[in-house]
Write a protein that binds this ligand. Structure first.
Ligand SMILES: Cc1ncc(COP(=O)(O)O)c(C=O)c1O
Length: 406
């Protein structure tokens, strides 16, 4: 066997717990609250079949070819129109199509992060972003979240602390809408404040918004991207949660200089996003199938969220140190258990009972969060939600310490 010498980056790579868990979701007898998967029952199979034929019949010569790195122009046009319907103003030079947001995160890391560079993230934050940024050896600074999103005072303190040490953060990475993992949304007042802080300290914000359209309760809030008057917000979007993750289509919008660098970085990664899938996505956008899918998903996930909340109310033991978020959209709910419950141990028992969830710890960059769990409600059926929550609640009850009466 050869003496294989990996790079420093390769040595720091690790497997994502979520992706490992996704394997479980393919086992028919396991109830999975694990991945952030759309419900396959509502995938628009027929519309995709019809659009696939259209791609080959009408655009075959281009669809089976390489396409421009910045994105197939026909798709970009459809994406710009779609974003306009979402209230966002974008031009072709301010957008690059990527092979979904995960590639976007990797490319953003590639163009912004030198080893040891400080970056600011929410605490907790998306595990895949941690994975992407860690590969480039970012120095993470987590800022507390409460039920209204990132706490601006804490954000400002972190920025000041870093600036005083002569270390300007490369960017602030935020998931303002129905955050992964917590399901929490950044309030309007805080959006204003976050942008003020960014302006005051000259910071770049990466706004990752895969769940934004999936609001099923309450009022829609403007994106940071639309509120930004200083070209300091980079917005990331993906087909994955609003249509299908199988497409691997995403798009990044931001200042021309950033888009330019992303295009150069992407050339070294994959030359271009699949032209065939780009045309398919474009036809589906043109026919408003994506808009339709969003409406359908919202309705279904609202019901499933309510079923999960009701099951938690019914089965979870009442204890003041047990709480959960009440998302107004998206796919996730965040469960906090007493500090002394290690959710990794709980997961091992749960898997034996054929239930899977994601332990919260992986979403923290400082090793905390050992008592937290992310629960996905979009993928399991309503019946599975009730059964799965009952099983988890039983395991929690067993571990609960009964307060000693004095
Ligand atoms: C916040 C966030 N960003 C990015 C992604 C990656 O999505 P994709 O690569 O499927 O577009 C996810 C997926 O769960 C996510 O929740």
């Amino acid at each position: 066997m050869a003496d294989i010498q990996f790079s420093t980056m390769a040595k720091s790579l690790y497997r994502s717990e979520i992706r490992e868990l996704l394997k479980l979701t393919r086992q028919p007898d396991t109830i999975s609250f694990g991945g952030g998967l759309p419900d396959p029952a509502i995938f628009p199979y027929q519309a995709v079949e019809e659009a696939s034929l259209k791609v080959i019949r009408e655009r075959g010569r281009l669809a089976l070819q390489y396409s421009p790195t910045e994105g197939e122009p026909f798709l970009k046009k459809q994406l710009i129109d779609y974003m306009e319907r979402q209230g966002e103003n974008v031009t072709a030079t301010n957008m690059v199509v990527v092979a979904s947001s995960q590639q976007g995160l990797d490319l953003l890391a590639k163009i912004f992060i030198d080893p040891g560079d400080p970056i600011i993230v929410e605490k907790p934050t998306y595990i895949g972003a941690i994975q992407a940024f860690r590969a480039f050896r970012a120095d993470f600074h987590g800022v507390e979240l409460d039920f209204d999103g990132i706490v601006p005072e804490e954000l400002e303190k972190t920025v000041i602390r870093l600036l005083e040490a002569g270390r300007k953060p490369k960017f602030v990475y935020l998931i303002p809408d129905f955050q992964n993992p917590s399901g929490i949304t950044l309030s309007y007042e805080r959006r204003v404040r976050v942008l003020e802080i960014a302006s005051q300290y000259d910071l770049i914000i990466i706004e990752d918004t895969p769940y934004r359209e999936l609001r099923f309760q309450g009022e829609s809030l403007p994106s940071l991207f639309s509120m930004d008057k200083e070209e300091r917000v980079i917005m990331m979007k993906t087909f994955s949660k609003i249509f299908s993750p199988g497409f691997r289509i995403g798009w990044i919008m931001g200042p021309g200089s950033v888009i330019d660098k992303l295009v150069m970085a992407k050339q070294g990664t994959d030359l271009c996003t699949s032209a065939y899938i780009s045309f398919l996505a474009a036809f589906l956008l043109e026919a408003r199938q994506v808009d339709r899918q969003v409406v359908l998903s919202r309705g279904l996930y609202k019901v499933k969220r309510s079923v999960m909340l009701a099951a938690l109310e019914r089965f979870m033991p009442s204890d003041e140190s047990i709480s959960w978020s009440k998302p107004e959209g998206g796919m996730f709910l965040w469960l906090k258990l007493p500090d002394y419950i290690d959710t990794l141990e709980l997961l091992k028992e749960a898997v034996e009972k054929n239930v899977a969830f994601v332990i919260g710890k992986g979403f923290f960059t400082d090793g905390s969060g050992g008592n937290t769990i992310r629960l996905n409600y979009s993928f399991p059926t309503e019946k599975q939600i009730v059964e799965g929550i009952e099983r988890i609640a039983q395991l929690v009850s067993k571990r609960l310490r009964v307060p000693v009466m004095q």
